[in-house]
Design a protein around this ligand. Sequence first.
Ligand SMILES: [Zn+2]
Length: 504
Amino acid sequence: MRGLPLDERPRNPTSLKVALFRMIVLALSLFTVTALVVVSHDQHFAILHTGRTNPRDFHRLPVQCPAQIPGQRRGMYADRLRGAVRVRTETFDGAPTVGDDAWYDKFYDLEAYLVDTFPDVFGSLQLKHFATHGLLLTWKGSDASLQPLVLMAHQDTVPVPEQTLSRWTHPPFEAVLDDDGWIWGRGVADCKSLLVAHLSAVSELLKAGFKPKRTVHLSFGFDEEGGGVHSARAMAAHLEDIYGLDSIFMIVDEGGGIQEGFGQTWVAPSTGEKGSVNIQLSVNVPGGHSSIPPAHTGIGILSAIVSTVEANPPPVFTMCLAEHGTIDAALKKLLQHERTWPAAAQWMAERNPGDAARLSTTQAVDIIGGGVKVNALPEEAHAIVNHRFGEEPPAGEARYLRLSTPGGAEASPVTPAKGNAWEVFAATSRHLYPDAIVAPYLTTGGTDTRSFVNLTRAIFRFQAVRDKERVNAHTVDERLHLDGHLNSIAWVHALMQNVDAFRE
Ligand SMILES: [Zn+2]
């Protein structure tokens, strides 16, 4: 990407310190618009100007995070995470619907591992179970009038299909730490690093004698990859019982990270979440003996439908606005007028699959099935297409092609990029990444925070890991760089102190 020469950069005082950059992402389905406004200004100082917080709380954190000190501790932090990856906690579609089903017993092993690894945390904080394996830890603050902080992560991972095992560079449950600092394994990036980072941060603060005034909850669900129907909902309902609606200061869960792009470093918390719907296409045709086959069996017809679906992706409806960033001249031109924003979105989507996913409804044919016997024509064949958007799914019924919608979720409300929680989030991030711009972002996956939307609008889906430090979540060779893990410990460690020091 071409960069602007320095002397062409904006000259006003604010933008000399931080390039003033704006981006509006509208995640627009056919009928629904989700707007995310990227705010840039100097968030680090914004919080100091409020006068509500002692600036020293933000300039010099009372406790420095040991994860930022280079040295032998790296091995300890790495080992904690590697141990968690070695406990297999895969979730499968169609897993039992009750948390106490023996199928979920593997989560006892993970809990035992965590208790063993963090005896100080589990010895000092109060632990409550939800839906058997959902873990809610409470670090009670001394001032009950302050709204609590909730740090979330999930214990489960997506599975490793048997047939992909040979494609892994290192076995997915050995958690190999290679010479370049990468930890390899299923769940290391999604989302055991964040889970262990939360616990490590609490552990370090306990060691330092930190006593929170504001209550902190750690909420670890066990069925996020399956939709979080048990643990997240149960824990959210419990918190709602204790505190009521709109009662939490801030929630942090997995999601966005630290990105490089447009000539800038971006701290990009996901402040929105797309809705999703699964559409099952079922072809029902007469069966018969396969010795007298028709031109197309049910599977053939379904294949044609799947090909057609994939050949017709939903259009990019969305636009993005950027000012004063280091961006391509063609894109910059398109972003100058609202009427060319759709073309700008198209421009971005064509060049980056990630942008395409964020800027449009997506569709993915993920499951297919049909046929039972080699000498019988299939009477039924089906495919499930996962759409990510907010629109009401097309539904209907026909004799031969049936559409049904197994599972899905509404789009989540958008977190405002202003207000107390935003300021603390941004100030903390700027404290650790002084050159970064803090900007709302949209991640394409869903999280357990869906169940928590009644508790606060201030939901930040974010882990302080650079995008290049975590790769291949949900697929072969998932890995995370140890630097990313250490940085995310340090970020949570800082956030907890800043949230605690902040006064509304
Ligand atoms: Zn996840």
